[in-house]
Design a protein around this ligand. Structure first.
Ligand SMILES: CC(C)(COP(=O)(O)OP(=O)(O)OC[C@H]1O[C@@H](n2cnc3c(N)ncnc32)[C@H](O)[C@@H]1OP(=O)(O)O)[C@@H](O)C(=O)NCCC(=O)NCCS
Length: 161
């Protein structure tokens, strides 16, 4: 496979992520979110029996991590705790693939609803979720602190599986 082909989004695959993937996920998370989650906190989330997570990888060997989704499944409810795609890989369908992969895994585990919350000013994430069929269920005023600015509301969304 040529290098160009190896970096084509269609050669991205999703791996089930476990505690051993904490370094890659924490690094990607740190590039996308402030404050970043520490490697230890990511590892303890991935170590939890309710954790369901995927890492999107491309190319290789060694494979390059380009996205992640981390969720928890409890009884018949699933919740996405965080999702992200490396900046150079955004708008190539990977966010949708991660979301679809997680929704399928949750469905197989007999979850009935997938929940998440998103900052009201996060247009990209909001567009991704709306397009996937999520509906608004509530608002948490001033939920996300922003350095040097006003706090931003969190919108809670749900998708029937
Ligand atoms: C949100 C995020 C995961 C989307 O990932 P992505 O791989 O770029 O999304 P996709 O390419 O799968 O996009 C699927 C659809 O979502 C919508 N969308 C995604 N990014 C968008 C943007 N920047 N502006 C408008 N719509 C957008 C579009 O409808 C898009 O379909 P289209 O490209 O055919 O128009 C990515 O922007 C990201 O990692 N952001 C930083 C971290 C973050 O905010 N995570 C969510 C926290 S709740």
């Amino acid at each position: 496979m040529s290098e160009g082909a190896a970096l084509d989004p269609k050669y991205v695959s999703l791996l089930w992520a476990g505690p051993e993937h904490a370094p890659e996920i924490a690094r990607l998370h740190g590039e996308l979110f402030a404050p970043a989650w520490s490697e230890d906190s990511v590892r303890s989330l991935l170590d939890h029996p309710a954790s369901t997570a995927f890492l999107a990888v491309v190319g290789g060997p060694p494979k390059v991590p380009v996205g992640f989704v981390l969720a928890q499944l409890v009884a018949d409810e699933a919740e996405i705790l965080t999702i992200g795609v490396a900046k150079d890989w955004q708008r190539k369908g990977l966010g949708k693939r991660l979301l679809d992969g997680l929704a399928r895994a949750a469905q197989r585990a007999e979850a009935k609803t997938l929940f998440l919350e998103v900052a009201a000013d996060n247009d990209a994430a909001m567009a991704l979720y709306r397009r996937a069929g999520f509906l608004g269920t509530g608002l948490r005023r001033g939920y996300y602190a922003r350095a040097g600015g006003d706090a931003v509301d969190a919108v809670t969304l749900a998708l029937k599986l």
